[in-house]
Write a protein that binds this ligand. Structure first.
Ligand code: NAI
Length: 465
């Protein structure tokens, strides 16, 4: 079979790349080793975790927040099977949606592990060991990433879990110990915490959410602590032992100190992810890697002619939407167009409650780069809609260039932050200033008015504070 393009991996990077290529008239195939399409994001990542976050949020609200609105309910009970069914239904609808998109766009799906075996050649080996060879003018590697393991910790996906096992626990653990205060640790910790688990987090660094704006991370930590999280920062886990009765975690201060132990029912390892390069035959094809990731140039080209790579398997943040945009860009490049990704404007959202969202530079980055900037801030406490919804936690923060007022970054902690951040993303994509946003009429009463007020705050002219 001869194609214009073979994409290896059907996650958000791969399947979006295949659809865009097909739209541009390329005869396209996709290779996927799992039974369902959609990769980590749809099957065991973003989508199932959001299904559980939504359900657990309702459970928590029913038990803790509704009375203040005058809605009295009996203490809620959890139907664990229905919770898991909701998650499974959402996953099924999404993965079937991708299969439909493949059909609609006449993209051939080859099930099996894809390996690059020569110029333009991909060998697909099915679960039964049968191999077939397919050919194309171009190949895109979009094989994503998997959970990184920790020395001294053996994952069984029951008592000691990665994000995969944490989506399918058989019951709510009495105590959940999370290793790593990154995005996965805080999101999945929130799920089980809202359902009743005591959540304790051990984090290597002296702060949570590395890479996010420091002030935002501090506020997020305070709010999560109010919800019952406890954090041991600047600590490392050295060993996890399991028995029928639970897990014993050995940990100590990173700086050195007495070894301590703690008991937990379930341990979640959330200490980062590593690129999925196994089985691709990269070494034999002389496709270079660095720090475990496939090396690419500015046009997604690897060191082998005709082979490109995108998404978690290459440099940059491991985010589904970054992979999607790279998928579109590389398809356009392969089709002879000018594909491009603006890495300066990639939003990031942590789906805790409240959500934490950011785009562009943090204050720490601007300081390190020696860029002079103005800050505009506005708390949701002073927003009428937020008060009406009892979602007054958090704030919006703008960072704008001192000389030109161009917006360099924005950070939001607050209910719906993950939606609101996009007005700043569009503003930044157009090189807009804080004044541009401050002069844009915002509907009243909305949470988004706080975004406008924060933009006004850059020139110290917020009205409601
Ligand atoms: P992460 O890199 O966000 O956080 C890992 C945390 O573990 C860091 O704070 C790190 O300092 C800490 N750590 C590392 N080794 C440790 C040790 N031995 N002991 C204690 N702490 C240790 O990684 P995470 O949360 O696993 O997520 C993986 C990737 O998936 C990230 O790139 C993330 O952006 C992405 N992701 C994004 C989501 C979103 O956008 N909402 C949701 C889930 C994942």
């Amino acid at each position: 079979m001869a194609y214009d393009l073979i994409v290896i991996g059907s996650g958000p990077g791969g399947y979006v790349c295949a659809v865009r290529a097909a739209q541009l008239g390329l005869k396209t195939a996709i290779v996927e080793k799992e039974k369902t399409l959609g990769g980590t994001c749809l099957n065991i990542g973003c989508i199932p975790s959001k299904a559980l976050l939504q359900a657990s949020e309702h459970f928590h609200e029913a038990g803790h927040s509704l009375a203040a609105f005058g809605v009295i309910v009996d203490p809620p009970r959890l139907d664990h099977a229905a919770l898991m069914k909701h998650k499974d239904d959402v996953v099924a609808a999404n993965v079937n949606g991708v299969a439909f998109l493949m059909k609609k766009n006449k993209i051939d799906v080859h099930t099996g592990v894809g390996a690059i075996t020569g110029p333009g050649k991909v060998t697909v080996t099915g679960a039964n060991g049968e191999a077939k060879e397919i050919e194309a003018k171009a190949i895109v590697i979009a094989t994503g990433s998997e959970s990184a393991m920790l020395p001294g910790v053996v994952v069984d996906e029951k008592q000691v879990v990665t994000s995969t096992g944490a989506l399918s626990l058989g019951k709510v653990p009495g105590k959940l110990l999370v290793i790593g205060a990154g995005v996965i640790g805080l999101e999945l910790g929130s799920v089980w915490g809202r359902l009743g688990a005591k959540v304790e987090v051990i984090e290597f660094l002296d702060r949570i959410l590395p890479g996010m704006d420091g002030e935002v991370a501090k506020q997020a930590q305070r709010l999560l602590e109010k919800q019952g999280f406890s954090f041991s920062l600047a600590h490392k886990v050295t060993k996890v032992e399991t028995s029928a009765s639970g897990c014993t975690i050995s940990y100590e201060l990173v700086a050195g100190g007495e070894a301590k132990t703690m008991e937990a029912d379930v341990v979640l390892v959330a200490t980062g992810r590593r690129a999925n390069t196994a089985g691709l035959n990269l070494d034999a094809m002389k496709i270079a890697t660095a720090k475990g990731k496939v090396v690419i140039d500015d046009h997604f080209r690897t060191t082998m002619d005709g082979v490109y790579a995108i998404g978690d398997v290459v440099r940059g943040p491991m985010l589904a939407h970054k992979a999607e945009d790279e998928g579109v860009a590389v398809a356009e490049i392969i089709a002879g167009k000018a594909g491009h990704v603006n890495y300066g404007v990639i939003p990031g959202v942590v789906y805790t409650q409240p959500e934490i969202a950011s785009v562009g530079k943090t204050e720490e980055e601007l300081k390190a780069e020696g860029v002079a900037y103005n800050v505009g801030k506005f708390p949701f406490m002073a927003n009428g809609r937020a008060r009406a919804m009892r979602h007054t936690d958090g704030f919006v923060k703008f960072l704008a260039d001192k000389a030109t007022d161009r917006v360099l970054g924005a950070h939001i902690v607050g209910f719906g932050a993950g939606e609101m951040i996009h007005e700043v993303a569009v503003l930044m994509e157009f090189g807009g200033s804080s004044e541009d946003l401050a002069r844009t009429c915002h509907a009243h009463p909305t949470m988004s008015e706080a975004v406008k007020e924060a933009a006004m705050g850059v020139e110290k002219r917020s009205i409601h504070i």
